[in-house]
Design a protein around this ligand. Structure first.
Ligand code: FAD
Length: 293
């Protein structure tokens, strides 16, 4: 299994500043995110007037400048979603949405903020009829009825994959626009998910209009709530609890950017990314010294 000094989750300003700083500190890194860097940056059409050094650029232009800089620094972005981060004591195992795994000695969470909150029943039935990863968990539901709550068009591919394995897939899009599938055992239902119901495991999804029997509800959001991404992580509402050094309650796990709470700003995100990377580097150096004693 591939192993890195630091795994950085997120390719927005927080994740990229953390990546530049960690690289400067000579750490081996892997950065998860996307080549468009951040959906938020892609939609900002007004001139950004409060980021020092970049005068009146749109979000898209800012993303192009950032991408150029990290490519010059030799930093690549791994275009994969991290499904779960498991704290293993002295290191971390990251399960990716393609069911692959990597390990890292430290992790920086820079995954942005996610609006809303988990559905009632979501945390309770996680691993017992609720899943965040189609590729990882599809084999468990071979020949069964499943429901997908799709946060973006990217999840249509995941649902087609599920339809190859499961008997029936109900697809609930959380977005508008055209939807297309290659399998005909997928039914699109435009209703609002309300709650996941069940006993010892999930049995159905209740919506604002009906109850859909499901052996598993796959909740495929663009991003995950931090507490679900990292079991055991302390949060305050949607925000990860950190100290001034960007340390979380889990040793070796740091967080930066919108994910740590208000204010949601580029400069604050980049600044916290810098602090998180310096803290992660110091943590790794200390760990090495301890091992040599
Ligand atoms: P994000 O930019 O949200 O990046 C998060 C990254 O994490 C993304 O790359 C995402 O793909 C990745 N990710 C999430 N989950 C996973 C996962 N499980 N696995 C792998 N990758 C994952 N700020 C200003 O300072 N000035 C402005 O003028 C301004 N205007 C704004 C206008 C709008 C319309 C919006 C929406 C925001 C604006 N902001 C502005 C705020 C600014 O965009 C954010 O503060 C900033 O983008 C936060 O950076 P971040 O790196 O923390 O998170």
């Amino acid at each position: 299994m591939a192993r890195y000094d630091i795994a950085i989750i997120g390719s927005g300003p927080a994740g990229l500043e953390a990546a530049l700083t960690a690289k400067n500190r000579n750490k081996s890194i892997i950065v998860f995110g996307s080549r468009n860097l951040s959906n938020k940056m892609q939609v900002i059409e007004h001139p950004i007037t409060n980021y020092l050094g970049l005068k009146n650029v749109t979000g898209k232009q800012m993303a192009e400048i950032f991408l150029d800089q990290i490519q010059d620094a030799g930093i690549a972005i791994t275009e994969k979603k991290v499904a779960t981060v498991y704290a293993m004591g002295s290191y971390f195992t990251l399960q990716l949405s393609d069911a692959d795994f990597i390990e890292a000695d430290a992790v920086i969470l820079a995954a942005g903020v996610i609006a809303g909150k988990p559905y009632p029943g979501e945390s309770e039935f996680l691993g017992r009829g609720v899943s965040y990863c189609a590729t990882c968990d599809a084999p468990l539901y071979k020949g069964k009825k499943v429901t997908v709550i799709g946060g973006s068009q990217a999840e249509e591919n995941e649902s087609d994959f599920l339809a190859e394995i499961c008997s029936e897939v109900t697809y609930i899009p959380l977005y508008s626009g055209e939807i297309s599938f290659t399998h005909d055992n997928i039914k699109v239902v435009r209703e609002k998910p309300v709650e996941i119901l069940g006993g010892t495991k999930a049995t159905s999804l209740k919506t604002n209009q009906s109850e859909i029997a499901s052996d598993c509800v796959f909740i495929l959001r663009e991003a995950q709530f931090p507490g679900q991404l990292v079991p055991g992580l302390e949060t305050d509402g949607a925000a990860v609890k950190v100290d001034r050094m960007m340390k979380t309650n889990i040793n070796g796990l740091f967080a930066a950017g919108d994910i740590t709470g208000l204010p949601y700003q580029f400069t604050k995100s980049a600044g916290e990314g810098n602090v998180a990377a310096l803290s992660a580097a110091a943590y790794l150096d200390q760990k090495k010294r301890n091992a040599q004693k």
